[in-house]
Design a protein around this ligand. Sequence first.
Ligand SMILES: [Fe+2]
Ligand SMILES: [Fe+2]
Length: 135
Amino acid sequence: MLYPWKDEYSVGVSRFDSHHKKLFDIANQLHEMMKSGKGAEVIEPVLRDLIDYTKYHLAEEEKALERIGYSGIAAHKRAHVIFTDQLNEGLVEIEKGRAMFVVVKISKAVIDWLIDHIFVVDHKYTAEMNAAGIH
Ligand SMILES: [Fe+2]
Ligand SMILES: [Fe+2]
């Protein structure tokens, strides 16, 4: 596994930890498929899963942060928007039939972004979420 999950990635909210873990799982799956030389027809649906699940996760996280009146909501949402734009650009490339071209870029970008985002941005909500009774 290229990108193993580490306990230090935990954001102290079990639901979002499991979302993050699932994102790591899909990204690892993509990496394995590329390594074993699978074709675009096999890789493309997994890439779409990664993009769809990422969007779902970002939306769910924002809803929870809104619900608790999180103080850093604006900056957090901005960080999500920047990433969603990248994912949408990836989708446009897939539509053009360039799935193999974007798969490397996107799976790596998602993991790099996730690790960085979880450490720097998501970790900031832990205290307020936990204080609101969400663990
Ligand atoms: Fe986030
Ligand atoms: Fe997150």
